[in-house]
Design a binder for this molecule. Structure first.
Ligand SMILES: Nc1ncnc2c1ncn2[C@@H]1O[C@H](COP(=O)(O)OP(=O)(O)OP(=O)(O)O)[C@@H](O)[C@H]1O
Ligand SMILES: [Mg+2]
Length: 338
C-alpha cells in the first residue's frame, strides 16, 4: 500500500535548503524505520529536480476495535490471536517469534499461552520451572524473557502433570490467566491458541476482546482443510483475519542446500486468495527453527538477521501493519444463528 494511502506521510516541508519528509507508521518500526527512511531518501535522491531530502520515520501503535459487545482490556491496546484448525502446524513457534519480532521493533508485548492442555511457551521462552509471584495478593506478575511478558498455565503446574479438566474449567482457567495477570501497558498481547475449533476455542474467541487473528497452516491439503475451519470460525465471530502464515513451506537440506516442497507448494497462497486474506509470510521447514525454539531462544532472538529471522520480522510487520489500518484486513462478517 502506498504510504500516502495509509495516511502515513504526516508532513513535507522545506527546512534549511532541503525537504524534510515525516512519516508516521501505525506499527512498531524501531529497526525497520531506519531501513525505510534510507529507501525513501534514495528514491527521492533519484527523482530529477527533487533536491536533497531528509526522511524521518516514527511510529505509534493505536488500539483497534474488538468484536462487538466486548470491552477492550484495560492497558492492552491490541490482542492478536494466533490459531489454526489443526494441531502441530507450528502455532506456538509462530506466536512466540511474532511476539519477539514485535518487541524487537520496540513494541511493549505480552504473550498469553492459551493452550491449557498443552502449554508450550514456558519451554519456548526458556522459562521452564519458573513460578510467577504476586505483589498485590490479587494478580500474578507475568514472567519476562527476551523483553516479552509471558503467562502460561505451565508456570502453575508441573510440566508432566496432565490437565484432566472439562471445558468450563479450562475456559475459567484461561479467563483468569488473562485477567488476573498484571500485564501493565501493552501495545500487543499475542495469544497462542490451542489447536482445533471446538467449544473452548469458540468461547475464547467470543469472550476475549481480539483485534485480529493470524491463521497458521502447513501447505498440504489436509492441514489446509482444518485451517479453513479456523479461519471461518474467526469470521463467524466477526474478528478480522489479518492473514495466513504458511509454515514448513519448503525444506532446505542443511547438507546440500537443496530446497524441496515436502508438504506441497502454494497451499497457503491459494487459501489466502480464496478467502480474500493476506499471505503474511512463508517459513521454511528448517531444523534450526525447531532447535532454537525448543531450546528457549527462538530464531528471532537467536539469529534476527538470518533469512528465517528476517522472514519472521517481515511477517510480524505485515501483521501489525494490516492491523493498524481498520477495514484493510478481511471484512468483518457476522453470521447469526437462526
Ligand atoms: N518451520 C519449522 N521448521 C522446523 N520445525 C518446526 C517449524 N515450525 C514448528 N516446528 C517444530 O514443530 C513442533 C510443533 O510446533 P508447535 O508446537 O509450534 O506447533 P503447534 O501448532 O503449536 O502445536 P499444538 O497444536 O500441539 O499446540 C515443535 O517441535 C517445533 O519446534
Ligand atoms: Mg501450540
Amino acid at each position: 500500500m502506498p504510504l500516502s494511502d495509509a495516511k502515513a506521510v504526516t508532513s513535507v516541508r522545506p527546512e534549511d535548503g532541503r525537504t524534510v519528509v515525516e512519516v508516521e507508521l501505525g506499527f512498531p518500526a524501531g529497526r525497520y524505520g531506519a531501513e525505510l527512511a534510507a529507501a525513501l531518501q534514495a528514491a527521492i535522491a533519484a527523482t530529477p529536480g527533487a533536491g536533497p531530502a531528509e526522511v524521518r520515520v516514527g511510529w505509534q501503535v493505536r488500539p483497534q476495535a474488538v468484536q462487538g459487545g466486548l470491552q477492550p482490556l484495560p492497558g492492552i491496546s491490541n490482542v492478536i490471536a494466533v490459531a489454526s484448525g489443526k494441531g502441530g502446524v507450528g502455532k506456538s513457534t509462530t506466536a512466540v517469534n511474532l511476539a519477539l519480532a514485535l518487541a524487537l521493533e520496540g513494541a511493549r508485548v505480552g504473550l498469553l499461552d492459551a493452550d491449557i492442555y498443552g502449554p508450550s511457551q514456558p519451554r519456548m521462552m526458556g522459562l521452564q520451572g519458573e513460578r510467577p509471584v504476586t505483589r498485590d495478593g490479587r494478580r500474578l506478575e507475568p514472567l519476562e524473557a527476551h523483553g516479552v511478558r509471558v503467562m502460561s498455565i505451565g508456570f502453575l503446574i508441573e510440566e508432566e502433570q496432565p490437565m484432566v479438566w472439562r471445558g468450563p474449567m479450562v475456559t475459567q482457567a484461561l479467563t483468569q490467566l488473562l485477567s488476573d495477570t498484571n500485564w501493565g501497558e501493552l501495545d500487543y498481547l499475542v495469544v497462542d491458541m490451542p489447536p482445533g475449533t471446538g467449544d473452548i476455542q469458540l468461547t475464547l474467541s467470543q469472550r476475549v476482546p481480539v483485534s485480529g487473528a493470524v491463521i497458521v497452516t502447513t501447505p498440504q491439503d489436509i492441514a489446509l482443510l482444518d485451517a479453513r475451519k479456523g479461519l471461518r470460525m474467526f469470521q463467524k465471530v466477526a474478528i478480522p483475519v489479518l492473514g495466513v502464515i504458511e509454515n514448513m513451506s519448503t525444506h532446505v537440506c542443511s547438507k546440500c542446500g537443496h530446497e524441496e516442497p515436502v508438504f506441497g507448494a502454494g497451499g497457503g497462497a491459494r487459501m489466502a486468495e480464496q478467502y480474500g486474506v493476506a499471505l503474511l509470510g512463508q517459513l521454511p521447514l528448517d531444523i534450526r527453527i525447531r532447535e532454537e525454539t525448543d531450546a528457549g531462544r527462538p530464531t528471532v532472538v537467536a539469529d534476527p538477521d538470518g533469512p528465517v529471522g528476517r522472514a519472521y520480522l517481515e511477517a510480524a510487520r505485515r501483521t501489525a501493519a494490516r492491523l493498524s489500518i481498520p477495514g484493510y484486513a478481511a471484512p468483518r462478517i457476522t453470521v447469526e444463528d437462526t
